[in-house]
Design a protein around this ligand. Structure first.
Ligand SMILES: Cc1ncc(COP(=O)(O)O)c(C=O)c1O
Length: 501
């Protein structure tokens, strides 16, 4: 046996298991991919026998143990264990008292289920931490080995090619952030001062900022009540009204919020009717799909983010994607200071320094290798929250629309005030006391001081959806590295807080 624990890692890390009949050579190979550098040895019935570190191997080799010898012959000390159900504080105390860096969490049968590292326990449970795989470092090393420490190079080309396959868009330009990608999208569509741009009201401010960079005016469109994304009904109503007034928007930015795809077909139908291009803000939805096509592949252009909290990350970064070579060529030029086709440095356009670094693209290639696993893990996290909490009266979740499959980047819980007399911030405070990080749902743009005075278009005459969602929602820890045992603790804690009222 040589595998990574299906239950997932603790905090940020994977649990690497080897069976007792493995050799020292097997342990050396397994340690290569392990982070933290610790291998867990289990008996035939799955119970924990011991752990192996680099230090154990070094001491064993010095004492005459050979690579082909059994791993259990290595010197070492008994592993320090905690129960998977132990409260965080107890694990923190054990860690301090035992003076080790890593604890092994075991279940009732003595089987290892997760690792707790000192840094994970110190930080508590994070909302959406980065989750590195085994290959990222190799591509970063390649950039160093080849001295491609620049916003150009083989990693960048390979990252864009792989992204093109994943996003089902023919052309991809990797840039320094998702915000930069959105800005370039608006620039290549010719959005400029005085233009109007429709945009999802329920979003992070980065969807709106590039509209303002261009001196254009955002028109803030409400959510629909099921999937919480931009309302196709409100878009159509507004387009009809604006066509009559002779003030159609220059573009529509559709955000796929929390990784769930918006109802893009009726939106495209309405936009096409009026000849308005759609830009998809897929910053949060890489790996999601709608009617079996990748999220972000439906509109004229789309923007992705690889910020540290996203489903995959390059620490910071983004990408612009489209099927149009002409649009991507224009965007590429604008992303590199708009240099004209001349031998000398000649420039005719206002442009930017937006290209992604070849070093960071190396992290991106490694991360893309794991994308499907990361989506599956986040969807599993969502399912566990749903099955663990849906019996509580007044709790609901953002829906997958028919034909859509979200990546569940963040699981967001909704508390119905008719049944739960607790504001999401009170729940947030109680979870914080237990070392669990949560975050309020996005505050809609029409409630932001930055957007004061901009037009807001409600879902229908009777209802405003986005502000209700803001008042009733809380984002839960959703990382793809969240261990089942840790998630069980979160669910238990939420139930406890809700039961106490
Ligand atoms: C919906 C949305 N749009 C745009 C962005 C901007 O991405 P970045 O942080 O990479 O600029 C983000 C995330 O940060 C986002 O959540």
């Amino acid at each position: 046996m040589n595998r990574t624990n299906d239950a997932g890692p603790s905090g940020l890390r994977s649990l690497h298991l080897l069976s007792a009949d493995a050799t020292v050579r097997d342990a050396v190979a397994a340690l290569e991919a392990a982070s933290p550098k610790l291998i867990v040895i289990v008996a035939g019935d799955g119970r924990l026998i011991r752990t192996v570190t680099d230090g154990d191997i070094r001491r064993g080799l010095l004492a005459g143990i050979e690579f082909q010898d059994g791993v259990t012959e290595l010197p070492g000390r008994d592993p320090v264990t905690v129960k998977e159900s132990d409260p965080l504080e107890e694990s923190q105390t054990t860690l301090l008292e035992s003076k080790v860096d890593t604890l092994v969490a075991v279940n009732e049968s003595g089987e290892p289920v997760a690792l707790h590292t000192a840094s994970d326990l110190g930080q508590g449970v994070l909302l959406s931490p980065p989750h590195m795989g085994p290959n990222e470092r190799r591509y970063v090393d390649r950039a160093f080995d080849e001295n491609w420490i620049a916003p150009a190079g083989p990693n960048l080309a390979e990252f864009e090619k792989k992204l093109s396959a994943v996003t089902c868009c023919d052309e991809v330009l990797a840039v320094s952030s998702g915000t930069a990608a959105l800005h370039l999208a608006l620039r290549v569509l010719g959005v400029s001062a005085g233009d109007r741009v429709y945009v999802s009201d329920l979003t992070f401010v980065a969807s709106v900022q590039p509209i303002l960079y261009q001196g254009a005016t955002p028109v803030l469109i409400d959510s629909e009540p099921v999937g919480w994304n931009i309302s196709p009904i409100a878009i159509r109503r507004k387009l009809t009204e604006d066509a009559k007034a002779g003030q159609l928007p220059k573009a529509i930015i559709v955000v796929h919020i929390y990784g769930q795809n918006a109802d893009i077909e009726p939106i495209l139908a309405a936009a096409d009717e009026y000849g308005v291009p759609v830009v998809e803000d897929a910053a949060e939805s890489l790996g999601a799909s709608y009617h079996n096509r990748a999220s972000g592949s439906h509109g004229r252009l789309s923007a992705y983010s690889f910020n540290g909290n996203k489903i995959i990350t390059t620490s910071g970064g983004g990408a612009l994607a489209t099927d149009s070579p002409a649009l991507i060529d224009r965007a590429r030029k604008l992303s590199t200071q708009g240099r004209d086709d001349a031998l000398h440095y000649q420039h005719s356009d206002v442009a930017y320094n937006y290209r992604m670094s070849n070093v960071l693209a190396g992290i991106g290639i490694g991360q893309l290798d794991s994308l499907q696993d990361r989506v599956a893990a986040r969807r599993k996290v969502f399912e566990r929250y749903r099955s663990g909490l849906e019996a509580q009266r007044g709790i609901s979740f953002q829906a997958d629309l028919p034909g859509a499959s979200g990546n569940r980047w963040l699981t967001v819980i909704r508390l119905d005030p008719r049944h739960i007399h607790l504001h999401p911030y009170q729940l947030m405070a109680r979870l914080k006391d237990a070392g669990i990080e949560t975050r309020p749902g996005w505050k809609p743009m029409h409630l932001q001081p930055l957007c004061a005075g901009f037009e807001f278009v409600p879902h229908d005459e009777q209802r405003v959806i986005s502000s209700t969602l803001f008042l009733q929602t809380l984002c839960l820890p959703s990382g793809s590295s969240l261990a089942q045992a840790t998630q069980n603790r979160i669910i238990t804690q939420i139930r406890k807080v809700l039961d106490e009222g």
